[in-house]
Design a protein around this ligand. Structure first.
Ligand code: FA5
Ligand code: MG
Length: 553
């Protein structure tokens, strides 16, 4: 048998340092076509996203399961809870320009450099981000559009400004909201998903305007909230202080930063209180039967945070089902972003809310996977503009499997490689993946990990046989081995493994043979039908294999 499972961790992480920066001059609406940087006919090894082709390279790691999600467009299905929430927030900010149709494909410049991420920031790593290629990625947050939209406003770029749904609200993008899908290689559990949605808010003021507000002591008078009143569903807790640990920028006066912080927090508190009040009202109208386990009071707290593009910075958390759920990050915008946009006399604040997290509170949706369900028992519960409490359909029995493997000796193991692999094979049947055991052999120093994978379908019972077929430890192991061996193009070790007398298992041999074929010829040149038939015999998943081949070729 081949010894142990291997993954790509450190080899890929090194690529981070080689990133070069190119800025796209255009902001593409979703579905618009962009010329691949290799113009001309589409090449067979190009990667296609939303109708456009991009060159693949060593950075490409967006999996087919993730690319499929770029076309789902949940924010534009009016009866989807996320779209209902989006409209509700847009209504709360009538003087902001509203964007909800910007393509998720952005440059590394937009997503990182324009926001001051350092070259070695872990967020840039291929273990955290889905790359289309070295310079192009699926945005990891809606902040990727901050500089671009501010600059468009300043320059009066009519093409970009026309993407706003309410172009007269803030015709120069001095205040705007962006609702969009974002993509991250992340853990799997009830509140984390590799694709989710964010609502970015940006609000700028001229310094003269702020001086006037401060002089008149009417800080955010128009946004005064009643949030601390008795009887409110939200109990607000804010003990943060602006100071050395969370400092005012040298470009700002203390009272300017204090004004921006107050204004922002009041607007955000108001919005969250609105949402929570609606959530409780919906629960009440759902009737007594559903009230038993429901939550009618929501402690909300502010904590200090750090982002490369704001200072001071904060996060807001809500106590939901006994745990603090982080719903957003925010802060006073770094001044150089406004300067880069040509807005030299303005200062501002920005926030980024996780829409799924808010929608879970608003609709009482217990599991983030449900947002992707097309089961009519889920989709049929919601209607445009209406806040209703989700009625769980019967929970189907879960099925648990443990998978253990040796860590690679030559490279680092990264958990997100395992997460993607599991997702690629089992899709949304996976409810959670948890590390349950680590072991290091005292003599050899070899290390192993054991993960527990929890399978539970939202719409049907999953049988043991089905899970066995999907999951079978050996299959996962073999997939890991394939990935590592293809990466290393290590034909000798494949041949050795095939000839290993201890490896008598016929299925393993078959898989290794396929792997050998793939490594030798590449999936494109190999006889596809032959490959497919062989894969079917051994119960191996072609999609997973194609993916492995793509990212490592
Ligand atoms: C950001 O993404 C920043 N861009 C937010 C920001 C904007 C800060 C503007 C300052 C100014 P963060 O990584 O914390 O920050 O994500 C923001 C929110 O997205 C989180 O609070 C959470 O509600 C949500 N979120 C993050 N990861 C996931 C995930 N895997 N699944 C679902 N929601 C998530
Ligand atoms: Mg955060």
């Amino acid at each position: 048998m081949l010894s142990g499972v291997r993954t790509l961790g450190s080899a890929r992480a090194q690529w981070v340092l080689r990133s070069s920066v190119t800025q796209y001059k255009v902001l593409l609406p979703r579905g618009a076509r962009m010329q691949s940087s290799m113009s001309g006919a589409q090449r067979s090894d190009d990667i296609r996203v939303l109708g456009s082709s991009y060159n693949r390279d060593k950075w490409t790691n967006a999996t087919p399961a993730i690319l499929e999600k770029t076309g789902r467009d949940l924010l534009h299905h009016p009866s989807h809870p996320l779209a209902i929430l989006k409209e509700l927030i847009f209504k709360e900010f009538p003087t902001f320009a509203h964007y909800d149709n910007i393509s998720p494909v952005v440059s590394t410049y937009q997503n990182f450099d324009s926001l001051g991420f350092s070259k070695d920031h872990p967020g840039r790593s291929v273990t955290d981000t889905y790359y289309i290629n070295q310079n192009t990625l699926l945005r990891t947050h809606t902040s990727a559009h901050q500089l671009q939209l501010l600059a468009a406003g300043k320059k009066g770029d009519s093409e970009l400004l026309a993407l706003a749904r309410n172009s007269s609200a803030s015709p120069r993008n001095e205040r705007f909201l962006v609702a969009a899908d974002v993509y991250r290689r992340d853990e799997i559990d009830a509140s984390h998903y590799p694709v989710f949605h964010q609502m970015e808010g940006v609000c700028t003021f001229s310094r003269a305007e702020i001086r006037k507000h401060i002089r008149d002591r009417d800080i955010a008078a128009s946004t005064k909230s009643s949030t601390s009143e008795n009887g409110s569903v939200a109990k607000l807790l804010d003990t943060t202080v602006i100071g050395d640990a969370n400092p005012v920028q040298p470009e700002h006066l203390e009272e300017e930063a204090a004004f921006l912080a107050d204004h922002m927090k009041q607007m955000m508190n108001n919005m969250v209180v609105q949402i929570l009040t609606k959530a409780v009202a919906a629960q009440k109208s759902a009737g007594d039967a559903d009230m038993a386990g429901s939550q009618t009071e929501f402690p909300v707290r502010w904590i200090d945070a750090f982002f490369p593009f704001t200072s001071p910075s904060w996060e807001m958390e809500v106590l939901f089902q006994g745990e603090w759920l982080e719903i957003c990050g925010c802060g006073v915008m770094k001044q150089n972003i406004l300067e880069d946009a040509g807005m030299t006399d303005r200062i501002g604040w920005a926030f980024g809310f996780g829409l799924e997290r808010l929608a879970m509170l608003l609709f009482g949706i217990p599991d983030i996977r449900l947002f992707w369900s097309s089961d009519p028992r889920f989709t049929g519960q919601f209607a445009p503009g209406q806040i209703t409490t989700f009625k769980p359909f019967s929970r189907h029995p879960a099925c648990t499997k443990d998978v253990s493997f040796w860590l690679p000796e030559s490279s680092e193991f990264h958990e997100n490689d395992l997460m993607d692999m599991v997702r690629e094979i089992a899709g949304d049947l996976v409810e959670g993946v948890k590390l349950i055991d680590s072991f290091t052999h005292p003599k050899t120093g070899k290390a192993s990990r054991c993960y527990r994978i929890n399978y539970c379908s939202m719409d049907r019972n999953v049988t043991n046989e089905e899970i066995n077929a999907i999951q079978e430890q050996r299959q996962l192991n073999v997939l890991f081995q394939m990935k590592e061996l293809i990466r290393r193009q290590n034909k000798m070790s494949i041949i050795e493994a095939i000839n290993d007398p201890e490896n008598s298992d016929a299925q393993d041999k078959m898989r290794l043979y396929i792997l050998y074929m793939l490594v030798n010829k590449g999936l494109k040149q190999a006889n596809r039908d032959e490959c497919k038939a062989a894969l079917r015999v051994v119960g191996c998943n072609l999609t997973a294999l194609e993916h492995i081949n793509q990212i490592d070729s």
